[in-house]
Design a protein around this ligand. Structure first.
Ligand code: 13P
Length: 270
């Protein structure tokens, strides 16, 4: 299959037999909830999702609720993730936690480079890449978030911005390590705004990302999962998830509502 990337490059993606990428629905609870509301939501999701949904599901509560949530998810089909870790392995870094620490709580995924961290905490592409490496070193899966601002989209530089963000991570690690990452495309203008990229807009960027990766490694490009995030809700999930290069969703606000999140998981499992 040949695809024309937005950068104007022809990229060739090999149809590798029956290459199936399992869908992943990730809930990013951000800085919301209480200890008891987190436990109630986790317990509810564990019961609602287990055995009935045919996609991978992970929830990322605030760090201080990891223990509570891990206990509620024990034995269920819902995995545990962290929203952030530091890239260092120990030391005098007040207020931060390491990848190894969240792994001890049972996390198997960690979000890195969320746009809120890039903007509020000035995380550079290089730091994001180091965090992804730290997560891999602790045998967890980094979900590397990338995305453009509205001004960048309007200026027509989306492909360049996303390319810089993705290539910084690729450049920091071996192709084998990069194949262990998940990418989440989250246009910043769609986060928490109720404004979603149309399925076609999202698909165009996802295919562009896959092409950038294929320029280095066609097999990784075929296998890597690319999630979409930004105002994903029960009523727009199926249109987005039906796109050939969208392999799941990173859900913010709607992941705090059990029925809404379960409905998104169900949309991914069909
Ligand atoms: P919303 O789904 O609330 O737009 O948030 C998206 C997001 O930032 C997930 O990481």
């Amino acid at each position: 299959m040949h695809v024309l990337s937005k950068a104007g490059t022809i990229c060739r993606l090999f149809a590798v037999g029956a290459f199936v990428r399992d869908s992943l629905i990730a809930g990013n609870w951000k800085m919301n909830g209480t200890r008891s509301s987190a436990a109630a939501l986790a317990r509810g999701l564990a019961a609602a999702v287990s055995g009935s949904v045919r996609c991978d599901v992970v929830i990322c509560p605030p760090l201080v609720f990891l223990q509570e949530v891990a206990e509620c998810l024990a034995g269920s089909d819902v995995a545990l993730g962290a929203q952030n870790v530091d890239h260092r392995t120990e030391g005098a870094v007040t207020g931060e936690v390491t990848a190894g620490m969240v792994k001890e709580f049972g996390c198997s995924y960690v979000l890195v480079g969320h746009s809120e961290r890039r903007s509020l905490f000035h995380e550079s592409d290089e730091v994001v890449a180091e965090k992804a490496l730290a997560v891999l070193a602790s045998e967890m899966t980094p979900i590397v978030c990338v995305g453009e601002t509205l001004a960048q989209r309007q200026a027509g530089v989306t492909s360049r911005v996303i390319g810089d963000q993705v290539r910084a991570v690729m450049a920091a690690m071996t192709p084998v390590a990069f194949a262990g990452c998940i990418i989440a495309y989250e246009p910043i203008w769609a986060i928490g705004t109720g404004e979603t990229a149309t399925p076609e807009m999202a698909q165009a960027v996802h295919s562009d990302i896959r092409c950038m990766i294929a320029e280095q490694d066609a097999e990784t490009a075929q296998g890597i999962r690319i999630l979409y995030g930004g105002s994903v809700k029960a009523d727009n999930a199926s249109g987005l998830l039906a796109q050939s290069d969208i392999d799941g969703a990173l859900v913010g606000g709607a992941s705090l509502k059990q029925d809404e999140f379960v409905a998104i998981c169900e949309a991914a499992g069909v």
